[in-house]
Design a protein around this ligand. Structure first.
Ligand SMILES: Cc1cc2nc3c(=O)[nH]c(=O)nc-3n(C[C@H](O)[C@H](O)[C@H](O)COP(=O)(O)O)c2cc1C
Length: 299
């Protein structure tokens, strides 16, 4: 079995006539975050993994008396004792119950409507993007982030150990969509010079997908991103922060930014539908981005 990093400890346990090997690996993840180190503990039976535990240096706050290597070594000691005591009961903890895959967990085009207003300007932009997707005969999903329950990221860094978030909420449904979409369209109003809080929470929580990608457990094919944004005030400078935040989101997930349609001065006109040619501009952005992204992706 191929294990990551260098092995720093190994122990063989004989429990009730069964041989188990506990191995602890240390992996330098400085390529992801400066100073990040991950420890992976595994139990192998006949070279097949039957249990695993991961922890990384960034999971422990400066105020904590715990640190990753100490926790990993302590867990190794506890597991060895648990195995010797009653290996069957101990291993039951690691038996995964298969969960049925959600019915519609993949899409070609993911349209994220980031305004809390369900019937505002961003909803119109999302609708025009959906019209373009329909014209192309693509599968698409429009997600109103304001309708979802997504807990803010708490910076526990567990995703860099396990590849998944500590929270089980609506983000679980969005990650497969993000992973499968060949085109991601973000619709955002400018709120206090940046994106609205709900969209920012979603962006922070997509860090779990960044973790999967960085750890090599995600092999999504390349995708492209479009930003559709509206601002009340006049002037391109109103989009500086939104462009940076959404640009960073795209970059973290390996989504190549393709186009943006930025509409300012909407407090005067209020209704994005009154902006001449806007539906065509949005449709054109989708058309061109799809044309530049050759080949169908596998669902
Ligand atoms: C809380 C809040 C903060 C806003 N902050 C800004 C801002 O900093 N700059 C700006 O140009 N417009 C700002 N706006 C105006 C919105 O960007 C504008 O009304 C936009 O068209 C709303 O889009 P929606 O209809 O999709 O919600 C703000 C609006 C709200 C509700």
């Amino acid at each position: 079995m191929d294990l990551p990093g260098e092995m720093i400890r190994s122990e063989t346990i004989i429990a009730d006539g069964q041989e188990f090997r506990l191995v602890l690996h240390r992996e330098d993840l400085a390529r992801i975050y400066t100073g990040m180190v991950r420890f992976t503990l595994r139990i192998l039976r006949q070279e097949k993994m039957v249990a695993s535990f991961c922890t990384n240096s960034h999971e422990y706050s400066p105020m904590s008396s715990l640190e990753a290597e100490g926790v990993a070594l302590r867990t190794m000691k506890d597991w060895a004792e648990d195995l010797r005591r009653d290996y069957r009961t101990f291993l039951e903890r690691f038996t995964k119950k298969p969960s049925p895959a959600p019915a519609d967990s993949t899409t070609d085009i993911l349209i994220l409507q980031g305004s809390p207003r369900p019937d505002g300007n961003c909803s119109m932009l999302a609708g025009w993007a959906a019209d373009a997707a329909t014209r192309h005969g693509k599968r698409f999903q429009v997600v109103f982030l304001g309708d979802l329950q997504i807990h803010p990221c708490i910076g526990c860094y567990q995703c860099y150990s396990t590849g998944t978030c500590a929270y089980a909420d609506d983000m679980e449904m969005l990650i497969p969509l993000l992973r499968s979409a060949r085109l991601v369209v973000v619709c955002s109003p400018v709120y206090t010079n940046t994106v609205p809080g709900g969209l920012k929470i979603f962006i922070d929580r997509s860090q779990a997908l960044h973790a999967q990608r960085s750890l090599g457990s995600d092999e999504s094919p390349p995708s492209r991103g479009i930003l559709l944004a509206v601002a009340g005030r006049r002037g391109a400078e109103n989009f500086t922060c939104v462009t940076k935040v959404v640009g960073a989101f795209f970059r973290h997930l390996g989504i190549q930014p393709a186009r943006s349609v930025l509409i300012d001065d909407l407090d005067t006109v209020r209704d994005v539908r009154t902006v001449p040619g806007i539906a065509l501009r949005v449709g054109d952005a989708v058309d061109r981005s799809l044309a530049e992204n050759p080949g169908e992706r596998k669902a």
